[in-house]
Design a protein around this ligand. Structure first.
Ligand SMILES: Nc1ncnc2c1ncn2[C@@H]1O[C@H](COP(=O)(O)OP(=O)(O)OP(=O)(O)O)[C@@H](O)[C@H]1O
Ligand SMILES: [Mg+2]
Length: 240
């Protein structure tokens, strides 16, 4: 059974069909890439599966159970966690306190918050700054802390919309390692939206390509990169 399934999702904005019969699935423990040109509908799909938008039609299933049309917080409570946009940092709280706040916001049962925070401090490489207020962190350190806060919410599937955008190479590498470790340790599935082909190649055995609101191709990055339509519509430009 898939960790996350989108089945025939459609969403229209005025005359624009932003999601046009989108079907894709993420298997348990899989890290799937979602790529495609600007305006292809990737963020729309993320918004549809995480409950920001209700689809006009179609269905979303989490571990086989329908979550279509549920509220965002209910979807997150069931284990589909969207990182980055959902977590806000508190400037006057320390790194550790921010992690604990993210943890307590969801009150997961049977998990030790202190231990989870220590693990995340290690994964974010923010150990030397654990007792520093978030407002004193650099942009890159904040990005790491935000990602760490997202991972404090226990999930079976994490959806990350452009976690590497605007981030320096060293921090990118740390975020990549965090994803790999949470995937390995929790067996969590991931859907990762990114324009960064080098990172997608490292992180994602399989990718889904969206173009003009539709799934245009699926396979390994090298497989889809051989398809003329994908090259013409996207990768020809992205790899230039
Ligand atoms: N709330 C909205 N209202 C109206 N149009 C929208 C809305 N959200 C997205 N769109 C439009 O839907 C289309 C798909 O947008 P979307 O943000 O999903 O693309 P994307 O694949 O995430 O692109 P990018 O790579 O630039 O992030 C675009 O034409 C966008 O302008
Ligand atoms: Mg987007």
């Amino acid at each position: 059974m898939a960790a996350l399934e989108a089945i025939g999702l459609r969403k229209r904005f005025g005359t624009l069909q932003a999601a046009n019969d989108v079907t894709l699935s993420v298997e348990p423990g899989e890290i799937r890439g979602l790529i495609g040109p600007n305006g292809a509908g990737k963020t729309t799909l993320v918004n549809l599966v995480t409950g920001v938008y209700a689809p006009d039609s179609g269905e979303v299933k989490l571990a086989g159970q329908s979550i279509t049309g549920l509220a965002m917080h209910e979807i997150a409570r069931r284990g589909l966690v969207r990182s980055f946009q959902v977590t806000r940092l508190f400037g006057n709280q320390t790194v550790r306190e921010n992690l604990l706040t993210a943890f307590h916001a969801r009150r997961p049962a049977n998990v030790d918050g202190e231990a989870a925070a220590e693990r995340m401090i290690r994964l974010t490489t923010l150990g030397p700054l654990a007792d520093t207020p978030a407002k004193k962190l650099s942009g890159g350190q904040r990005a790491l802390l935000q990602m760490g806060c997202g991972f404090m919410v226990p999930g079976s599937c994490y959806v990350l919309d452009e976690p590497f955008a605007g981030i320096n190479p060293v921090i990118k590498e740390t975020i990549l390692e965090m994803i790999v470790e949470v995937n390995r340790a929790q067996g969590a599935a991931f859907l990762v939206v990114s324009h960064e082909m080098a990172i997608i190649r490292q992180l994602c055995p399989q990718v889904t390509v969206m173009m003009e609101g539709k799934v245009a191709a699926q396979g390994t990055l090298d497989e889809v990169a051989r398809l003329p339509a994908v090259v013409a519509g996207y990768l020809g430009k992205a790899l230039e």
